[in-house]
Design a protein around this ligand. Structure first.
Ligand code: GDP
Ligand code: CA
Length: 319
């Protein structure tokens, strides 16, 4: 790494909650101008006519220390009066739209994003303005300005959108496949490829491999850079002791043909990741991971304190 004359340039490939937590560890550790988060937009949707970008907002709210600690997404001190009103009206056509909770303060972000996009701004520009307004000085890049939608094929409900699966069904239904609608036609957002090319280190956050990281890799050109730069790519396993801390990553790994383990994550990422950071409880899998040609580093990976989070972030750029 080119760390002699300056700070390393770090690019972090991000989903939502797991990524936002790791990004916190980089704040104050690397210069903000050397830190870029490249984020998933496969969870994005239009609801009530509003453009909603859950992973981008989770990153912004978390880094701004404004996220709800209890929920891990959305804003602290939130009220829900607008949603209560929506629920009171019920539905005229189709399903009632109150299954996806939007807080009153959070709605302001979606109103701003929606009007700016409608006025002709692109998602990267709107996102930069949202991040700046919250006082963030890292660069937060949506992986693409184009429409990309994660679609989930389920056993009982056919193909549904990611949010219908994740929120509507609380990710508790069996899945047979995942695809990224629009990905093949999407163009990487401004500076996405250059940032990945020029970074001293590319960090794949401990996000859901199947539905948070894979949609980022599906944008043409992104996976290619990581494959080519594999030796400089380090991932943190989101699976600890065979389980995801939250969400369906463990079940999805199994449903999509791998095992729910640090080794399963290594198998999933082996073409794009040269090093995998795994938790101390999974130390016994290090040899099997290395046998795949993936370097394994064992450490504490549950980011329960700022010190642990910081140490984990530091490890990803120094080892
Ligand atoms: P979402 O997009 O908001 O659903 O979140 P992500 O895909 O970014 O992250 C979800 C994953 O983050 C889950 O699989 C969790 O296991 C993982 N995760 C959350 N917190 C931590 C943590 O402290 N350490 C590790 N290693 N993984 C975490
Ligand atoms: Ca997400």
């Amino acid at each position: 790494m080119n760390t002699t004359d300056s700070q390393p340039n770090v690019a972090v490939v991000c989903g939502g909650v797991g990524a936002a937590r790791l990004l916190r560890g980089f704040i104050g550790l690397v210069d903000p101008e050397c830190l870029t988060a490249i984020a998933n937009v496969g969870d994005d949707m239009v609801l009530h006519g509003l453009n909603i970008s859950p992973d981008l907002d989770t990153i912004v709210y978390t880094l701004a220390e404004a996220v709800s600690a209890e929920r891990g997404w959305g804003l602290e001190g939130e009220t829900w009066q607008a949603m209560e009103m929506v629920a009171r009206y019920g539905a005229t056509v189709g399903e009632p739209l109150d299954w996806f909770s939007l807080g009153d303060r959070d709605l302001g972000t979606h109103l701003f994003r929606t009007q700016a996009l409608a006025a002709g701004a692109d998602l990267a520009t709107v996102t930069a303005q949202i991040a700046r307004t919250w006082g963030l000085d890292l660069r937060l890049l949506p992986v693409t300005n184009d429409r990309l939608r994660t679609m989930v094929t389920t056993v009982d409900h056919g193909e549904i959108s990611f949010q219908e699966y994740f929120v509507g069904h609380q990710h508790s239904i069996p899945v047979t496949s995942v695809r990224f609608d629009g990905a093949a036609q999407a163009t990487p957002g401004p500076r996405v490829i250059e940032t990945l090319e020029q970074a001293d280190r590319i960090v794949v956050a401990p996000s859901n491999p199947a539905v948070s990281i894979d949609p980022v890799l599906a944008v043409p050109g992104v996976r290619d850079v990581l494959e080519r730069r594999r030796d400089d790519v380090i991932a943190v396993s989101p699976i600890i002791g065979g389980k995801a801390l939250k969400g369906p990553a463990d079940r999805l790994l199994v449903e999509l043909g791998r095992t729910s383990s640090a080794l399963g994550v290594a198998e999933w990422y082996r073409e794009v990741v040269g090093t995998l950071v795994i938790d101390t409880v999974d130390a016994d899998q290090a040899d099997a991971i290395e046998a795949l040609g993936v370097r394994a580093i064992v450490t504490e990976t549950i980011m329960s304190t700022p010190a642990i989070t910081r140490a984990l972030a530091e490890l990803t750029i120094k080892s």
